[in-house]
Design a protein around this ligand. Structure first.
Ligand SMILES: Cc1ncc(COP(=O)(O)O)c(C=O)c1O
Length: 411
C-alpha cells in the first residue's frame, strides 16, 4: 500500500517526478482476471502486454503470478526474457516488422502474430515458422479515445477480414500446418458485451476461413483492451461478467466450427498495471493569467496520455487541506498541449506541495521521453508498505554524457 508517510519519504529521498507502483495491486489484478477467465474456460492463457509497463520489478511480479507475455519490440522481448518468462510463454505481436524484429522474435518468442501477408513473406525470408497466426482486422474497433481504436477501416493494424482467407491459404501453401488467429480492436473498453461481440465476430471469421481450408486453430487470441476507470463517474469493468460472456461465445464458436478445444488467449496491459501506479510530482510555480495555473515538475515528457489523447488523470493534493478552488495543472514543457487537466478542484496549492496523478501504472513511464531535454522520472515499487525497487530519476548530466558519446564520423 502506498501510504502518505511513504509518499513523503519518497519525495524527500528520491525526488520527483516519480512513478510509484503498488506490487499488491498488480498481483490482485493478475489473480482477478486469471480466476475469472479460467473459471469459465480453463484453457485460457493470459499474456501481459509488456508495452503497458516494462519495469523489471513489475515484469517479475507478473511472471511470478504465472502470466505469459506479449511483446512488440526487440527490447520488450529482451526485458521479458530477463524477467524470467520462458520462451514458451512469450508471444510477439508487431506491425510493419523488419528483419531485426523477426530476428529477435524468432529467438525469444514462441509464437508471432503477423500483421499482414507481406509480414509472412518477410518472415519466410528469414525462417519458416512452426505455427502461423495472423492479426485480423475484423472491421470494427472501439476504444477510450480515437487514438486507441485499433480495429476498423481507419486502423493501420492487421489484415482486413475479407483478405484473411488469402493469408491463411498462403500459410498453408508454404507448408504450415499449425495455426492461430489474433485480433486487437481497441484499448480501454469497460463494457463486457463489447468483448463478447468481438469474440463472436472473430470466431465467425475464423470459422469461415478454417473450415474452408480444413484446418483448426491451436489458439484464438482476442487481444487486450480491458479498461480501468479514470474518473469517479466511470464504473470498473465487470471482469467476471466479461469472462462469462466471452467464454460462452467462444465455446459456441468452437462447437459450431468444430475447433475442438483451442487455447483462448488474452493480452491485457492496462488492466494489470493501470490502477497500480501513481505519478508523484511537485508544484514548481503558480501563476494567475487568463486562467490560474499550477505548474508541476512532471510534464508531457513524463506522462504523455493527456497530450496524446486528451486523457485526464485524477489529481490529488494529499497533504493540503485548504478550501477547494479551480486550477489548471500543467508541466514545464514548451508546448501548450502540456496541460494535464483544466478546472480541477483542489485545495489551495503552494510552491513545493506534492501532487499525485492517479492510475498512471500503464502507458506512463513506457511513453515517457526526454523531450525538451528533460530527464525521465524515477520509478519505485512498493510492496506491503516497503520499497522494493528503485530506478533513479535520470539526471541532465547523465543525458549529456550519453548525448556526447556519439561518435562524430566527420572528425
Ligand atoms: C497487440 C496489443 N495487444 C495488447 C495490447 C494491450 O492493450 P490494453 O492495455 O488496452 O489491454 C495492445 C495495446 O495497444 C496491443 O497493441
Amino acid at each position: 500500500m502506498i501510504t502518505l508517510d511513504l509518499l513523503k519519504k519518497i519525495a524527500e529521498k528520491h525526488s520527483t517526478p516519480c512513478y510509484i507502483y503498488d506490487a499488491e495491486k498488480i498481483r490482485e489484478n493478475c489473480r482477478k482476471i486469471t480466476k475469472a477467465f479460467t473459471k469459465y474456460y480453463p484453457k485460457t492463457e493470459i499474456h501481459y502486454a509488456v508495452k503497458a509497463n516494462n519495469n523489471p520489478a513489475v515484469l517479475k511480479i507478473i511472471q511470478q503470478e504465472g502470466l505469459s507475455a506479449d511483446c512488440s519490440s526487440p527490447f520488450e522481448l529482451l526485458a521479458a526474457d530477463r524477467s524470467g518468462f520462458e520462451k514458451s510463454k512469450i508471444m510477439y505481436t508487431g506491425n510493419y516488422e523488419n528483419s531485426e524484429d523477426f530476428a529477435f522474435a524468432t529467438e525469444y518468442a514462441d509464437t508471432i502474430n503477423l500483421d499482414d501477408i507481406t509480414s509472412f513473406v518477410r518472415l519466410l525470408n528469414f525462417q519458416k515458422p512452426d505455427i502461423v497466426s495472423f492479426r485480423i482486422n475484423p472491421g470494427i474497433g472501439r476504444g477510450g479515445f480515437e487514438g486507441v481504436v485499433t480495429g476498423g477501416v481507419d486502423a493501420k493494424f492487421g489484415i482486413p477480414y475479407e483478405k484473411a482467407l488469402e493469408a491463411y491459404q498462403s500459410g498453408y501453401n508454404a507448408g504450415i500446418r499449425r495455426f492461430g488467429i489474433h485480433m486487437m480492436t481497441g484499448s480501454n473498453n469497460l463494457e463486457p458485451l463489447f468483448f463478447a461481440e468481438i469474440t463472436d465476430k472473430l470466431m465467425h471469421i475464423a470459422g469461415s476461413i478454417f473450415n474452408k481450408l480444413r484446418i483448426v486453430p491451436e489458439y484464438v487470441d482476442i487481444g487486450g483492451g480491458f479498461g480501468i476507470p479514470y474518473s469517479d463517474e466511470e464504473p470498473e469493468i465487470d471482469i467476471e461478467k466479461t469472462a462469462e460472456l466471452v467464454s460462452a461465445r467462444f465455446k459456441e464458436g468452437c462447437i459450431r466450427y468444430n475447433f475442438g478445444i483451442p487455447v483462448l488467449k488474452l493480452e491485457p496491459g492496462r488492466y494489470i498495471t493501470g490502477n497500480s501506479g501513481i505519478l508523484l510530482t511537485k508544484v514548481t510555480g503558480l501563476k494567475k493569467s487568463y486562467r490560474n495555473y499550477a505548474g508541476v515538475d512532471a510534464g508531457m515528457n513524463s506522462l504523455l496520455r493527456p497530450a496524446l489523447y486528451g486523457a485526464v488523470h485524477r489529481a490529488e493534493a494529499p497533504f493540503n487541506t485548504g478550501k477547494a478552488e479551480k486550477i489548471n495543472l500543467c508541466g514545464r514543457i514548451c508546448e501548450n498541449s502540456d496541460i494535464f487537466s483544466r478546472d480541477v478542484m483542489l485545495p489551495e496549492l503552494n510552491e513545493g506541495d506534492l501532487l499525485v496523478f492517479k492510475d498512471c501504472g500503464a502507458y506512463g513511464y513506457t511513453m515517457s521521453s526526454n523531450y525538451n531535454g528533460r530527464p525521465r522520472p524515477a520509478e519505485i515499487v512498493v510492496d506491503k508498505e516497503s520499497i522494493t525497487f528503485v530506478r533513479k530519476k535520470e539526471t541532465a548530466q547523465e543525458m549529456l554524457e550519453k548525448h556526447f558519446k556519439v561518435q562524430n564520423v566527420m572528425e
